[in-house]
Design a protein around this ligand. Structure first.
Ligand code: NAD
Length: 448
């Protein structure tokens, strides 16, 4: 017989970074009692005090509501977590391993082990972190051996698809839920944990563990491929005098293709897409199916070439050499509405410009602190005006609204030379040209 399900489970969330903090706050908003757990005491203190230690629109307000409800707490104490939770969501990081394309699973292994060793009753462990195929099955065996609860401690995988910048909305109203499970009990217990979302007829896919793991990396691989596809077309456009922005518009009208993620530009970055496609390539090779996803190496290479091409455009505008040229780099975050600079194309371009001898001033509305931590050698401005003052070339690298809405005439009065590279096709080229700017962008013929 199937063991009884806790209909209103107490939830723990292990790892309270971008994913975990959002998940903890949203599960509280959905009516559950939630305990967030992190090894980072400073993060726990900040969250407990109602401060979100990263930029995510809407999350600070939701955090304070959740704390005020009295149903959300944060701790560093795994004993407390083990006692508290009926369902434990593991949301720790799975970064790229140093010197390899593989995912670094140390944090995931540690989190599950810490927890399992302390749990002595029926409970469900749920992995949410993005992991290589086969990780869940292996961890399921490990936790059963480690835990005093033995077979009463089950493991499921519930991959997460939230987008930074829309994390709250995506968590409360996901396109779909995916449950990777090995028993009816685990499925039923997960259904109880997501009842408020499932009651709204949110699509649910129930799968085995390997398929659930694969859904996440397959989805990210598809998105990365779509971006690199249009950027590969941009390379072709540059060689032929065609215009990739017009091409993308025309392709996007085809419903079978769709306009989303078909935007040419500086390409993808962040804490997910790059490391996920690399980890996938690595894992597929281990599984003997490296050929099947070999194209992802090209997807990665196309993406990196856009950064190099952007540097080329800045150098061309500067007259052939970057040495001593004052460049304003607008943007550091990997995308707008985020302060995340992990594998950020913008920051990578700023670094390459700097290494070629340019005098680079970076400005980002939210990511300056994080960027400064990664590249303390770069200069950072505290406003757009300060960044572009006396610049000889401006490079738009992250398409923040603040940059889109800037007035080309006003900006033109601040710079030393009206020369701009639009790395994201974010600006109205005609307006800039009318205001006396030399405007260059990726995927356009150089004279255009
Ligand atoms: P993050 O680095 O922001 O957060 C990870 C957190 O885990 C940190 O706060 C860290 O202190 C904590 N941690 C590390 N080891 C721990 C341990 N043993 N016990 C408890 N806490 C521990 O990472 P993130 O962006 O939130 O990503 C987490 C996972 O979610 C990754 O696998 C990522 O691929 C996946 N994911 C992220 C997003 C996203 O948009 N950020 C979206 C979907 C999936």
């Amino acid at each position: 017989a199937t063991a009884p399900v806790v209909e209103h489970p107490r939830i723990t969330v292990i790892g309270t970074g971008y994913l975990g903090a959002t998940h903890a706050v949203c599960m509280t908003a959905l009516g559950f009692d939630v305990l967030g757990v992190d090894v980072d005491a400073a993060k726990v203190a900040a969250l407990s005090a109602g401060t979100v230690p990263f930029f995510e629109p809407g999350l600070p307000e939701k955090l304070r509501e959740a704390l005020d409800s009295g149903r959300l707490r944060f701790t560093t104490d795994f004993d407390e977590a083990a006692r508290f939770g009926d369902v434990h969501f593991v949301c720790v990081g799975t970064p790229q391993a140093p010197g390899s394309n593989a995912a670094d699973l140390r944090f995931v292994e540690a989190a599950f082990a810490e927890l399992a060793a302390r749990i002595d009753r029926r409970a469900l462990l749920v992995g949410k972190s993005t992991v290589p195929i086969g990780t869940a099955a292996r961890i399921a065996d490990e936790v059963r051996t480690l835990s005093p609860a033995g077979d009463d401690l089950e493991l499921a995988w519930n991959p997460e698809f939230l987008r930074e910048g829309f994390a709250v909305e995506d968590t409360l109203h996901p396109d779909r839920l995916v449950f990777g499970v090995t028993s009816d009990w685990a499925e039923a217990q997960l259904r109880a944990a997501f009842r408020p979302i499932l009651d709204r007829d949110t699509p649910l896919v129930v799968a085995d563990l390997a398929t659930a793991e694969l859904v996440k990396v397959a989805a990210n691989s598809f998105l990365a491929t779509k971006i690199s596809y249009i950027n590969a077309m941009a390379e072709v456009c540059e060689a032929t005098g065609a215009d990739v922005t017009v091409l993308a518009t025309a392709l996007g009208y085809d419903d079978r293709i769709g306009a989303r993620f078909l935007k040419p530009g500086l390409g993808f970055g962040g804490g997910c897409l790059p490391k996920d496609i690399r980890a996938f390539t690595h894992r597929a090779a281990e599984l003997g199916v490296g050929q099947a996803v070999a194209f992802l190496e090209e997807v990665d290479a196309i993406n990196i070439r856009r950064r190099i091409r952007t540097v080329d455009l800045v150098r061309e505008l500067a007259g052939g050499s970057l040495a001593g040229v004052r460049v304003a780099a607008l943007g550091a975050a990997f995308k707008p509405n985020s302060d995340d600079v992990r594998d950020a194309p913008a920051l990578d371009v700023a670094r390459m410009l700097y290494l070629e001898g340019a005098s680079v001033t970076v400005y980002d509305p939210e990511a300056t602190q994080n960027a400064h931590r990664v590249y303390p050698d770069l200069d950072f401005a505290s406003s757009l005006g300060q960044a572009v003052a006396s610049a000889e070339v401006v490079a738009l690298l992250t398409e923040w609204d603040e940059f889109r809405s800037a007035d080309p005439t006003t900006l033109g009065e601040l710079v030393a030379r009206r020369r701009i590279v639009d790395g994201r096709h974010a600006l109205d080229a005609d307006r800039y040209r009318a205001a006396g700017w030399e405007y260059r962008a990726l995927g356009l013929p150089s004279g255009a």
